[in-house]
Structure formats: structure tokens, C-alpha cells
Design a protein around this ligand. Structure first.
Ligand code: GUN
Length: 286
């Protein structure tokens, strides 16, 4: 039996619609949520992400502030911009696009953002709040994955969840969120012994390793829900294609449900960024 496809495009348009409706209500009270995005340098993939963030922010009725800085900007100048954005009451959310150029200390920059405006959820305070089960800003990609999982499965308590990948942006916060939902969580990574067997035990399998088609269908438990966070660009048959970390064709024969790439997790990330900006704005305005 072929798996159900979890349509992230459709799901994200529902989230964005709800955000836009709440933004309209705020505007009627004279409040306009604002998101500032800072891009340093000219990384092509980052430029695409930042452009899409700006478009979708405006479509949701929010104010978008874009700051594009030269790759040679000093860390002091970037920190001065972050300080200005922290102090600006029209800015409710701040996102500094990663990766930053090599001469910068990304952790220092992220931790300079006002934690209340940290819509990425990367500030050490938000990381700590999430890790201790307290109210925090939740990183957008894992939040999007969780929303799709809960929509599909309802109560997640007691399910075996395997997160493949241990990044600060996806793997670790994803594991924290699943633990909060009372899943039994395993974080697997490149040094995990018998990764195939670990994956085969998963009712929920989240792949976030950044390796094209690394997880084949015979690592998937029949009926499992598979969330593929990978967005890998490959050359195939003379064309550039986007593929996930999961081998979609074989996994879709075994899984109960699976997110496609593209059109799965990707669209949910920006939708959750807008939702986080709305949350930050509501918290700032009582
Ligand atoms: N680069 C890739 N993904 C992300 C993200 O979610 N947030 C930021 N700030 N940079 C990224």
C-alpha cells in the first residue's frame, strides 16, 4: 500500500491563513506585527529564502524589514544593527539568516537578539526554556514538523520517535518537542551503530541529516509516519533536482504517511516563522 502524502503546501497555507486573520484583528487595534530579516553576504540559497520570507510576511499583512549587509561587514556593525532592531518597537521578530560569514561568531550574534524577538528560537535562553518544558520561542522547522505530526496522528504519547540528525536548528529541538509530547525519543546520527535497526523501530521517523536519499524504504517500519526535513540539490539525468534525506520512492511503499520533497516540511518553516512573529507581537502587546 502506498503511503498517504502529507501535503505541507496545503497545510502551510492553512497556517498562513490563520496568521493573516489574526494580523487583521491586530491591525484593527492599530498594531502591525513586524519581522526584520538580516542577510549578510550573497549566499544564493540564503538570498532565495530571504526573498520568500519577505514576500510571505507581506502577504500575511505584516511589515517586512529587510537588511542586506555586505559579506565584509564587521561583527561590531552587525551587533549594532541587532541592538537597533532590539530597541525598535515596530520590530517584533528578528531573524539573522544563517550561515554567517566565517569571520563572525554566530552564537554571539544570535545571543545578542532580544529573546522575546528571537523568532528562530535559537537564543540560548529559548533553547533552555524549551529543554526544560517551559514556554519559549520554538524553532520554525521542528515546530512545522510537530504540527503536521499532530494533525496526522493526534496524541503522540508513547510512540517511538527517531530523529536522525543532531543539529541545533532541527534535530535537538525536534527531539525536545517530541519528548514534551511524551514520545520515546532516540536521537540518531552519523556515529549511531546499526542505524537501519534504530530507524526500523520508529513509529515516527524524522530525517534531518542533509544527505540525499540516505534512508531507504527498508529502514522504514511498515505504517510509520516519515517526516523528511532534507532539501538536497542533486544533478540527475542532466537536470538539477531537489530530493530529501529519505529515498521517497521506496519509503512511500512502506510508510503509512510521508512528506514529499519539495512540498513537505519546507513550506511549513516559513509559515511557522510568521506564526512565531505573530506570537512575539501578541506577547509584546499584552
Ligand atoms: N538557515 C537555514 N535555516 C535557517 C533558519 O531556520 N533560520 C535562520 N536564521 N537561518 C537558517
Amino acid at each position: 500500500m502506498a503511503a498517504d502524502i502529507i501535503d505541507g503546501k496545503l497545510f502551510s497555507s492553512g497556517v498562513r491563513g490563520r496568521v493573516a486573520a489574526s494580523v487583521s484583528e491586530l491591525k484593527a487595534r492599530g498594531i502591525v506585527p513586524g519581522l526584520a530579516v538580516v542577510l549578510v553576504g550573497e549566499d544564493p540559497a540564503s538570498q532565495v529564502y530571504v526573498r520568500n520570507k519577505g514576500i510571505q510576511t507581506r502577504e500575511a499583512g505584516m511589515e517586512s524589514f529587510e537588511h542586506k549587509l555586505d559579506a565584509s561587514v564587521s561583527q561590531e556593525e552587525l551587533l549594532a544593527l541587532v541592538a537597533r532592531l532590539n530597541a525598535d518597537p515596530a520590530v517584533h521578530g528578528i531573524l539573522v539568516q544563517l550561515p554567517l560569514p566565517g569571520h563572525m561568531d554566530a552564537e554571539a550574534v544570535i545571543n545578542a537578539i532580544d529573546p522575546q524577538k528571537d523568532v528562530d528560537g535559537f537564543h540560548i535562553l529559548n533553547v533552555g526554556l524549551l529543554g526544560t518544558g517551559q514556554k519559549s520561542m520554538v524553532p520554525c522547522t521542528p515546530l512545522g514538523c510537530l504540527l503536521m505530526l499532530k494533525d496526522r496522528l493526534g496524541d503522540l504519547a508513547g510512540l517511538n520517535a527517531v530523529v536522525v540528525g543532531r543539529s541545533n536548528i532541527v534535530g535537538k529541538p525536534m527531539a525536545q518537542l517530541l519528548l514534551k509530547e511524551s514520545c520515546t525519543v532516540t536521537i540518531a546520527h552519523s556515529r549511531t551503530k546499526d542505524l537501519a535497526a534504530v530507524c526500523r523501530g520508529a513509529d515516527i521517523l524524522v530525517a534531518a541529516v542533509g544527505r540525499p536519499r540516505m534512508i531507504p524504504g527498508d529502514w522504514v517500519k511498515p505504517g510509520a509516519t516519515v517526516i523528511d526535513v532534507g532539501i538536497n540539490r542533486i544533478e540527475e539525468g542532466g537536470k538539477t533536482r531537489l530530493v530529501g534525506d529519505v529515498d521517497y520512492d521506496s519509503a512511500a511503499q512502506v510508510a503509512g504517511a510521508i512528506t514529499p520533497v519539495p512540498g513537505g516540511v519546507g513550506p511549513m518553516t516559513i509559515a511557522c516563522l510568521l506564526a512565531n512573529t505573530l506570537t512575539a507581537c501578541c506577547r509584546a502587546n499584552g
